[in-house]
Structure formats: C-alpha cells, structure tokens
Design a protein around this ligand. Sequence first.
Ligand code: ATP
Length: 199
Amino acid sequence: MYLKRIEIQGFKSFANKIVFDFHNGITGIVGPNGSGKSNVSDAVRWVLGEQSAKQLRGGNMQDVIFAGTELRKPLGFAYVAITMDNSDHKLDIDFEEITVSRRLFRSGESEYMINGSACRLKDISELFFDTGIGKDGYSIIGQGQVDKILNGKPEERRELFDEAAGITKFKRRKGLALKKLESERESLIRVNDIITELE
Ligand code: ATP
C-alpha cells in the first residue's frame, strides 16, 4: 500500500485544483519558505479527519479554505482527496485503489467520501486503523512532533507502539464491548428491580 495521488482544491494556498502523483518510492517536496510544502502534509492530515484547527496551524476549521490574495477572491470550499494503492490489500476493503475525500464549505457543511460514496469520519478512521496512517498515525510526523513523542507520557508513547503492532483496532473493539456489557448490566439491574416490584 502506498500513497498514489493527492488532489487539492481550495485548501490553504492551493486555490486551483492541483494533483500530485506519487510513485512507489521516496518523493521530496522542495520549495522556498512559505510556498506551501507543509500545506501538502496538512491536506493529508485534514482528509484523514483532523478536527483540530490548531494542528493545522489555523484558528478555526474554516481557515483551511483558500482565503484569497490581492489578485484572487476567497473560495467557498476546500477539497482534498487522497488515493491509496491497495493492490496488496493491506487495507481491509475490496478495492485495488481507495480514494478518500473531504470537502468543507464556509457554511460549516462538510462531507467525507470513500471511493465516491458518502461516509462518516468513523468509517475513514476504521479503514486506516493499525496502518500508521490516520490523523494521529506515525506516518505523518509534523514539525516538533519527534520532541513531543520523546517527551510524551509513557501511555502516549504506548499508543504509537499499539498502532505499529496492529492492536489498536482490538483495543477499540474491547472498549466498545466493555461499554455494551456495562449497559447490559444496568438493564439487568432494572429488570431485576421490576421483578422484585412485581413479586
Ligand atoms: P516553510 O518552508 O517556511 O515551512 P512551507 O513551504 O512549508 O514553508 P506552508 O507553511 O505550507 O509553507 O505555507 C504557508 C503559506 O500558505 C503562507 O503563504 C500562507 O499565507 C498560505 N496559506 C495558509 N492558509 C491559507 C489560506 N487559507 N488561504 C490562502 N493562503 C493560505
């Protein structure tokens, strides 16, 4: 599995639609300061569901929408799509190629899609569980993040190893099962109360 394509339109400094095609290997993006290199990795983080404007170096989420320049009006929406080559089926979905997209309008309305079908953010997060890809995945290491990892709490570092070991999804499922068990336990207490009342 590898990142095959990024399509960006109206996101941060990319007013016009731009398509980056990557190949299976190392790609470097170079350019002068402020030319938008970090905006490319922000776009990937954003499409994977980043909800924190601060992580994207903005004040609020609408700041990711192209804000205009002296020569160009602001745009009304931001759009990012990433395409993953899944010919090795590392992602648990029956497609050789997977495109995940996110669109945000100034009104706050937003939509996520997987291969052209509307989906929830949860579906995108689950798709990438245990792959290291994701808004918090270790496949995107932002500026200052290495220091944060090294100085982080042991539990925070543990999350990184859990993801690499492929057990995040099991931990999540265990959490959901425990929650369900707790709610069943409460229902059982209520049922027993009713039985006692009736006796
Ligand atoms: P450096 O090498 O200094 O880290 P960089 O190449 O990584 O720089 P970025 O930080 O990706 O550059 O891009 C910064 C540019 O993006 C700035 O010129 C900023 O004005 C522009 N920018 C950010 N958000 C928006 C927006 N919503 N609309 C228009 N331009 C934006």
